[in-house]
Write a protein that binds this ligand. Structure first.
Ligand code: SAM
Length: 341
């Protein structure tokens, strides 16, 4: 870290360690909220450093919990910190932290569910830049709860595709933790054993960087899996320039039979009676070999398949409504995490 950067750090008054905060406030971790607290300042700082220089930035942290990452963020002298935490038990500890730095950083604490919170309401309008400009001074950071991380990233990708919510301010960057396997999936290139729908979707709208691992043993309580830290920067232009829902549908069906020839999955985009004929037509239009396996298909080839699917549904509008999963919908919602992979 440069001397100039170090000089601009904020010094917090002496505070109890996060371990002591958890003990003093009797903050027993709740499994249903995927609460695994990171205690080690060195690893916490490493996550915050992965976000780059956040000095004078607007930083939104998802799930601050007892505030370990929040402290590290504040020390980097951001302009404003927006905290979204579902568990109200953390409010006193976060307010204490807010009081400790109230003259230096503006802090908004929102007790709510990130899946139902539009952080755009808390971002000052003057930071807005154009989509093709360098990213605005706004960062989303979070040691995400496992229970919502995949659903959240899919929702945020959709918001990015529409330049809505936080992304109405420009190409806002994210520094987030995921279960290691999910982080690998998000960043997996073609031929990788973890290449899946999530890889294609994340990489279609973002530059995805798998930064480093955090062992499960660094958390309290220790989760069964290790954690991967990922940064995502929205691309100026997605590789597949089509609506999110259309891309998601095509990619999902093609990956529904990951080990088979990809045309087998593509057939499930169409009703049974015309399935083989239409999928072959789709591959012909896309000029792609039907025996390619899903994990061998690049994003731009997926783009050709999506364009071909679009051409077919434009010619036969009734086919657009066909949903292979429709009769199984209930089971799918219950297994959302599995389904998203
Ligand atoms: N940031 C803390 C740390 O690193 O030690 C806690 C991380 S813990 C893995 C996840 C945090 O997200 C918990 O504080 C939990 O209460 C919170 N959380 C869980 N579900 C949430 C949701 N839907 N919206 C906002 N926060 C949520």
């Amino acid at each position: 870290m440069s001397v100039a950067h170090r000089a601009l750090q904020i010094r917090l008054p002496p505070l109890p360690s996060i371990k002591d905060v958890i003990r003093l406030y009797k903050l027993r971790a709740l499994r249903e909220l995927s609460q695994n607290f990171l205690l080690e300042p060195r690893l916490i700082d490493k996550i915050v450093r992965a976000a780059g220089n956040i000095q004078n930035n607007i930083v939104c942290e998802v799930g601050p919990g007892p505030g370990g990452i929040t402290r590290s963020i504040i020390q980097q002298a951001p302009r404003k910190v927006i905290l979204v935490e579902k568990d109200p038990r953390f409010l006193p500890t976060l307010e204490l932290l807010g009081d400790a730095c109230k003259d230096k950083v503006d802090i908004d604490i929102i007790t709510g569910d990130i899946l139902h919170t539009d952080v755009a309401h808390f971002i000052p309008p003057d930071v807005k830049v154009g989509w093709n400009d360098p990213p605005p001074p706004v960062n989303l950071i979070g040691n995400l709860p496992f229970s919502v991380s995949t659903i959240l990233i899919i929702r945020w990708l959709e918001a990015i595709s529409r330049q809505e919510g936080a992304w109405s301010f420009g190409r806002v960057r994210m520094t987030l933790t995921f279960q290691k396997e999910v982080a690998e999936r998000m960043s997996a290139p073609i031929l990788h054993k973890q290449r899946c729908r999530l890889s294609v979707m994340c990489q279609n709208w973002c530059n995805v960087k798998y930064k480093f691992d955090i062992p499960g043993s660094a958390f309290l309580p220790k989760p069964e899996v290790d954690v991967g830290v990922v940064t995502l920067t929205p691309l100026k232009q997605p590789i597949i320039k089509l609506p999110f829902k259309l891309v998601e549908k095509v990619v999902r069906q093609i990956f529904s039979m990951r080990q088979k020839y990809s045309i087998r999955g593509a057939q499930t985009l169409f009703p049974e009676e015309i399935r083989e004929e239409m999928a072959l037509k789709m591959y012909n239009i896309a000029d792609l070999d039907p025996v390619t396996r899903p994990y061998q298909i690049t994003n731009s080839e997926f783009g050709r398949l999506c364009e071909a699917y679009k051409a077919i549904i434009t010619e036969h509008p009734d086919l657009e409504k066909y949903d292979y999963r429709a009769p199984k919908k209930k089971v799918i919602t219950e297994n959302l995490d599995e389904e998203i992979m």
